[in-house]
Design a protein. Structure first.
Length: 532
């Protein structure tokens, strides 16, 4: 086949590349790259006897979505073991999934839903109870986690943990009248203890779970992501995804952040990572990007629900950052509260390497509560921000400490864009939010929460084009790939999706229902719906 001959041509589409590309309706793909876009006739100039033609029938065709902050590697380890309630509208259906998971499992095996849902998604108004879980799985311990805020346990779980009587720890809620534990627990310590109870799948199951997870991401039109590392992510946690890619599973572009996961030994952990890998190591599909989202656990403000003074950590954070800057490592740091963001920026200023921050694309992730002064500091230092729809799932929990007005203005998306701050979008899936990118895109546009809290003010909402750009070229910037990903330009990677609905014209509350009917990564079809 000649060098300009196409392996694949998509015909008769509605093309979007930051904006609708009027007058162009087709894309020619060859050797994993986009050869040309134009009219059907122009694209077919690249046709040969071996070219596959697909008429997409007027459907929207756009660059593949890129999640700029997701915990996909960690989720893949237990993907085939956990139950997921993402997107379910009925508590009855959700509990049926728990019952189905119990069928065939040994009684000592835990059944877990680890985030990605909110009680307000269910049409039933009655709160989830311990009795509900007992009826769904009377013989198995059940653990249902909401965000990083709380969990519900059934009776077998409470008995196994020794939390069913008067000696239960403070984080176990008891009925005020009877003193009997309700099954509801809260706090990071409790959630961590519960996660440690979950059975670790075997290595091959972790590999298969990671494969299944990536295909699910493809189904929603995701062709790549920045994996945020996070709690529990020691080097061995990356072995399953590395093994998967070594077997030739190249249907997704993963950019890895690595960092600290154990308190008190952060420096040695980062030094170990710096011996093992370097930024840019890997290939076009699996590549290490930098450090994050945790450098120092004492400087982590969790979900921002309580004030957290991290000013005492600024010097240590500056030392770690300086070491990483000197070694050429990009850094993404978790910070939700405006005071935490101030401390992070103070630390980066103390390094004396502000020009390197912009060159290495240093990034604050979340930044939900960021105020005007820190927006200006971020702009002036060239720091980027990756935002997620976490406030749609914890806005109500934040009101008591933030106040309703601040919740309704968080995060200040419009202010960030107007100041020219580099901005990428993501979900923070799979615990904080569902991994479905269209849920996040709808939230950026509508401003409406998933947890019943007040909507975000209109002046901080985005247009549909803007929201889509944050999930394409915006997110590509954070891995230094804005020239080759997140667009439909000739020479760029052929990471392309054909959508079930047009995100520019469907009713706003139908944006979250969009899926991909055809996902292409590197010119290869990795997901297709029956319409083909």
């Amino acid at each position: 086949m000649a060098s300009n001959a196409a392996d694949l041509i998509l015909l008769s589409g509605k093309l979007w590349d930051g904006k609708e590309l009027r007058g162009r309706q087709a894309i020619a793909v060859g050797a994993g790259r986009i050869l040309a876009i134009g009219t059907n006739r122009e694209a077919q100039k690249h046709q040969s006897d071996l070219t596959k033609l697909i008429d997409v029938g007027g459907r929207t065709v756009m660059p593949g979505l890129i999640d700029s902050h997701i915990h996909a590697v960690r989720a893949g380890l237990r993907w085939n073991s956990d139950v997921r309630w993402d997107g379910l509208s009925s508590r009855t259906d959700a509990l049926a999934l728990v019952a189905r998971a119990a069928d065939g499992r040994d009684p000592d095996q835990w059944i877990a839903v680890v985030g990605g849902w909110n009680p307000h998604q269910f049409t039933e108004s009655r709160p989830l109870s311990r009795r509900d879980l007992d009826e769904a799985a009377p013989k198995h311990p059940v653990f249902i986690q909401r965000n990083y805020i709380e969990a519900m346990l059934n009776t077998p779980a409470l008995e196994i943990l020794g939390w069913s009587g008067s000696g239960a720890p403070d984080w176990v809620e008891s009925d005020p009248d009877t003193g009997v534990p309700t099954g509801r627990v809260s706090g990071v310590v409790a959630l961590q203890q519960l996660k440690e109870r979950l059975t670790t799948p075997g290595f091959e199951e972790q590999v298969e779970g990671t494969r299944a997870m990536l295909r699910e991401l493809n189904r929603f039109g995701l062709t790549g992501a920045i994996d945020a590392g996070g709690f529990g992510m020691d080097p061995e946690a990356y072995h399953p995804i590395t093994e998967l890619y070594q077997r030739g599973e190249q249907g997704f572009r993963t950019r890895l952040l690595v960092g600290a996961s154990r308190p008190g030994t952060e420096t040695s952990q980062l030094e170990e990572w710096m011996r093992l890998v370097s930024p840019g190591s890997g290939d076009e599909y699996l590549r290490y990007l930098g450090a994050g989202e945790i450098l120092l656990l004492d400087a982590h403000d969790m979900e921002g629900l309580k004030p957290r003074d991290i000013t005492g950590q600024v010097t240590r954070l500056a030392e770690l950052s300086r070491r990483l800057i000197e070694a050429g490592w990009p850094v993404h740091i978790h910070a939700i509260l405006d005071d935490s963001i101030s401390s992070v920026l103070d630390a980066w200023e103390q390094t004396g390497r502000l020009s390197d921050l912009a060159e290495l694309r240093y990034t604050i992730t979340h930044a939900d509560q960021i105020g005007h002064d820190n927006l200006m500091r971020a702009r002036d230092s060239g720091v980027g921000v990756t935002i997620q729809n976490g406030m749609a799932f914890r806005g109500g929990d934040s009101i008591s400490t933030w106040g309703e007005d601040r919740v309704r203005r968080s995060p200040p998306l419009r202010s960030m864009l107007d100041l020219g701050i580099p901005l990428g979008a993501g979900t923070d899936g799979t615990v904080v939010c569902p991994f479905n990118p269209w849920v996040c895109i709808e939230w950026m546009v509508s401003g409406e929460s998933a947890d019943g809290s007040p909507s975000r003010v209109e002046e901080q909402r985005l247009s549909r084009d803007e929201a889509l750009r944050l999930y394409t070229s915006g997110s590509a910037w954070f891995s230094f790939e804005e020239a080759s990903r997140g667009n439909l330009e000739a020479g760029s990677h052929a990471d392309i999706v054909v959508l079930s609905g047009d995100p520019l014209t469907v009713p706003v509350h139908e944006i979250s229902r969009i899926e991909s009917v055809l996902t292409i990564v590197g010119g290869e079809e990795v997901h297709s719906a029956p319409w083909l």
